[in-house]
Design a protein around this ligand. Sequence first.
Ligand SMILES: *[C@@H]1O[C@H](CO)[C@@H](O)[C@H](O)[C@H]1NC(C)=O
Ligand SMILES: *[C@@H]1O[C@H](CO)[C@@H](O)[C@H](O)[C@H]1NC(C)=O
Ligand SMILES: *[C@@H]1O[C@H](CO)[C@@H](O)[C@H](O)[C@H]1NC(C)=O
Ligand SMILES: *[C@@H]1O[C@H](CO)[C@@H](O)[C@H](O)[C@H]1NC(C)=O
Length: 320
Amino acid sequence: MEMRRLLVLFALLSVTAVVPVFFWPDNKGGASDVVVVVAAPPFNASSVTIISWKPRIFLYKGFLSDDECDHLVKLGKEKLKRSMVADNESGKSVMSEVRTSSGMFLDKQQDPVVSGIEERIAAWTLLPEENAENIQILRYENGQKYDPHFDYFQDKVNQLQGGHRYATVLTYLSTVEKGGETVFPNAEGWESQPKDDSFSDCAKKGLAGNESDNVDYAVKAVKGDSVLFFNLQADGTPDPLSLHGSCPVIEGEKWSAPKWIHVRSYDNASNLKQSEGCSDLSENCAAWAASGECDNNPVYMIGTEDAPGQCQKSCNACSM
Ligand SMILES: *[C@@H]1O[C@H](CO)[C@@H](O)[C@H](O)[C@H]1NC(C)=O
Ligand SMILES: *[C@@H]1O[C@H](CO)[C@@H](O)[C@H](O)[C@H]1NC(C)=O
Ligand SMILES: *[C@@H]1O[C@H](CO)[C@@H](O)[C@H](O)[C@H]1NC(C)=O
Ligand SMILES: *[C@@H]1O[C@H](CO)[C@@H](O)[C@H](O)[C@H]1NC(C)=O
């Protein structure tokens, strides 16, 4: 390694104790490049704001550092790029647009930065990492919105692996200039939220677009901030107040990283109660498989013997 790079590392290490440093191998076979990703400070409960108790919503300003956000976006972009190329090769360019916006899942502990973030999420939520799905990276293009929905499942099949999605940690990886707010149309456990012109009309009027009904709590997409909300009530039953959606992006690009945490282990295959040895866990499996996701997203789709993926049946991976 060059002396100059070493000096940069030592200079950084001497000013702060919270700089994890790792060596990012240059996969083109060249000399290793040094990438320094400065982490946000460790979990600190003082950084958490209570937004609502019905449903339970919490905001953590600066949960991730700018470096960590950039790093996750970079990892997401690499996967998005790969799947577009594969799509092009099979001639399904239309599907690639759909997949570009549907997001990609990182591997668990993919690198030291991802591991650190997973640990910080577990520290915040007090929920074990093994209950969590892989971090997803989403890109919202201009005009794209997500209609209000619940993160808990309406069907039984999706609950086979780890049970309901108990909590959602939604981290913004970019600051959206206008639009892209996360709104909670049913939330009723908050006092007041003055909304100036920096909020989009969608956030002001609510996703239902009812001007006389300014009752949606809206969280702005600010780089590094993270929202934690619980999709189940304390007694484990689904909480309909946890309904949420994303306003259309009007200006800028929105990158976010949701992490869904289940009531039981998501990683441990013993908790996967399959009726016939091998099954799909999502009703979307056939469509995902048809668009090439088995090849492009094998960790999520097929998985391993110890951690089966969502769509083993549709991926013809039942003999594993
Ligand atoms: C947590 O944050 C508070 C408020 O910013 C600060 O006073 C405190 O020192 C922090 N605690 C730790 C352990 O860093
Ligand atoms: C897709 O394939 C066409 C034809 O081979 C090529 O011209 C184009 O550059 C490719 N696009 C991407 C994004 O690779
Ligand atoms: C709009 O909101 C007002 C106040 O909450 C309500 O009375 C009205 O029924 C709503 N209109 C529609 C079309 O939902
Ligand atoms: C997986 O879960 C089963 C049943 O809950 C348990 O007996 C086993 O020890 C777990 N295995 C691991 C590797 O955690």
